[in-house]
Design a protein around this ligand. Structure first.
Ligand code: P1T
Length: 389
C-alpha cells in the first residue's frame, strides 16, 4: 500500500505529526480523511486500488494510524484494534497454542488477568503470576516451567511497579520465550520497549495515545515482519479492527502526545511529592520518587515518569472510598490517560475482577490519572479531599 506513507524518520514529535500522514494526494487535505467506508470499487475483478478491498482487511484511516504507531514504537508493523483487550487477545492467539504457558505480572491490569484466567486458561493456555520487577523470580519461573510468552507491564496498573525491560528481554530469550510489554502507562514517548529488546508492544490506545477520553482502542506493534504478517492475518480473520472514526480520533490525539506527556509527568511529580508529606497518606507509589523500589530502572529506561500516581490512605478502605467521592476537579471514573484528571478506587472498580486472586489490590489504594490542568489546582483539590481523613 502506498497511500499515506508520510515521514518515516525524524524526531518523535515529527513522527507523531507526520508518520503515515502525508497530505491527501487528491485534495491536499493536511489531515488524513476519515474513510468512513466498508468497501472499495475494483477496477475489474481483483483490480484493487492501493490494495484496498474491504475495511476489515484494510482501511486508509486505520492504515495511517498503524503506520504512525509503528514509527513511534520503532517497529516494523502496527495493527490497530477495537480495544486494548482485543489487541491483547489477537497477540496471544498469534503466538500461543493450547498447552503453552504464559508468565504474567502479579499486579497486571485486571482485564489482562481476566483474559488469561477466564478465557485463555479455558482454551488450554496456562498462566502463572510472578512479581516481574524481580528479575531473579522471573528467571526461576521460566526455569521451572518453560513459557511461550513473558508478559510485562511497566509501570504496572495500578501499583506502579517497574520492570527492567532489557533484563527481562535477555532472560526471556535465553528461555525461548517472547517478551511482550504493555506500554499503556508510559506511552512510546516515555518508553520504547522494542529498542530495549521486547518482541511486541501492546497498548490500550484508549489511554495516553488517544489522550482525550473520547475513544476506545488498542494496538500491537512488533519488530519482526513474520510476526507482523501473522498478526495481520489474524486481525482480518477474527475482525476486531479499529473503525475509521476511532482510528482518526486516536491519530489526532497522538499528534500532541509529547507535549501532553511532559505536562502529565510534571503535574504527577508535584502530586506525588505533596502526597508523600500528607498526614492522611500511608504510602505513595510513583516511579519518579527516589524511594520507589523501581526508581533507578525507571530513570534508565523512561524519559520521564508519567502521569499515574497511586497511594494508600491511613484510614483504610472506607477512607479511600470517601476520598474518591470528595474530589471536585479529579473526576471519579475508570480509565486513565486523558487530559482531564481522574480518580478511582481500584479494588472496587478497575481491578474488582482480581478480587480473591494473587492479583488482588489493597483496598486502601486510590489511583490518580493526573491530567494536564493547572498543577496548583490539582494539589488544592486533593488537599481538600483528604482533609480530616
Ligand atoms: O480498555 P481497553 O482499551 O480494552 O484496554 C485494556 C487495558 C490494557 N492494558 C492496560 C495497562 C490497561 O490499563 C487497560 C485498560 N485499563 C483501564 C480501563 C483502567 O481503568 O485501568
Amino acid at each position: 500500500m502506498t497511500i499515506n506513507s508520510g515521514a518515516d524518520h525524524g524526531g518523535f514529535e515529527t513522527l507523531a505529526i507526520h508518520a503515515g500522514q502525508e497530505p491527501d494526494p487528491r485534495t491536499g487535505a493536511v489531515v488524513p480523511p476519515i474513510y468512513q467506508v466498508s468497501t472499495y470499487k475494483q477496477d475489474g475483478v481483483g483490480g484493487l486500488r492501493d490494495g484496498y478491498e474491504y475495511s476489515r482487511s484494510a482501511n486508509p484511516t486505520r492504515h495511517a494510524l498503524e503506520e504512525c504507531l509503528a514509527a513511534l514504537e520503532g517497529g516494523s508493523r502496527a495493527l490497530a484494534f477495537a480495544s486494548g483487550l482485543a489487541a491483547e487477545d489477537c497477540l496471544l492467539r498469534a503466538v500461543c497454542a493450547p498447552g503453552d504457558h504464559v508468565v504474567i505480572p502479579d499486579d497486571a491490569y485486571g482485564g489482562t488477568f481476566r483474559l488469561m484466567a477466564r478465557v485463555f486458561a479455558e482454551w488450554g493456555v496456562s498462566y502463572r503470576p510472578v512479581p516481574i520487577s524481580d528479575v531473579a523470580a522471573v528467571r526461576d519461573a521460566l526455569a521451572e516451567r518453560p513459557a511461550r510468552v513473558l508478559w510485562a507491564e511497566t509501570p504496572t496498573n495500578p501499583l506502579l511497579s517497574v520492570a527492567d525491560i532489557g533484563a527481562l528481554a535477555d532472560i526471556a530469550h535465553q528461555a525461548g520465550a517472547l517478551l511482550v510489554v504493555d506500554n499503556t502507562f508510559a506511552s512510546p514517548y516515555l518508553q520504547q520497549p522494542l529498542a530495549l529488546g521486547a518482541d511486541a508492544v501492546v497498548h490500550s490506545t484508549t489511554k495516553y495515545l488517544g489522550g482525550h477520553s473520547d475513544v476506545v482502542g488498542g494496538a500491537v506493534v512488533v519488530a519482526d515482519q513474520a510476526l507482523g504478517e501473522r498478526l495481520a492475518f489474524l486481525q482480518n480473520a477474527t475482525g476486531a479492527v479499529a473503525g475509521p472514526f476511532d482510528a482518526w480520533l486516536t491519530l489526532r490525539g497522538v499528534k500532541t502526545l509529547a507535549v501532553r506527556m511532559d505536562q502529565h509527568s510534571r503535574n504527577a511529580a508535584r502530586v506525588a511529592d505533596m502526597l508523600t508529606r500528607h498526614p492522611a497518606v500511608l504510602e505513595v507509589r510513583y516511579p519518579g520518587l527516589p524511594g520507589h523500589p523501581g526508581h533507578e530502572v525507571a530513570a534508565k529506561q523512561m524519559r520521564d515518569f508519567g502521569g499515574m500516581v497511586s497511594f494508600r490512605v491511613r484510614g483504610g478502605e472506607e477512607a479511600a472510598v470517601a476520598a474518591c467521592g470528595r474530589t471536585r476537579l479529579f473526576t471519579l471514573g475508570e480509565s486513565l490517560g486523558g487530559v482531564e484528571s481522574l480518580v478511582e478506587h481500584p479494588a472496587r472498580m478497575t481491578h474488582a475482577s482480581a478480587a480473591g486472586s494473587p492479583l488482588e489490590v489493597p483496598d486502601d489504594l486510590i489511583r490518580l490519572s493526573v491530567g494536564i490542568e493547572t498543577g496548583e489546582d490539582l494539589l488544592e483539590d486533593l488537599r481538600q479531599a483528604l482533609a480530616g481523613l
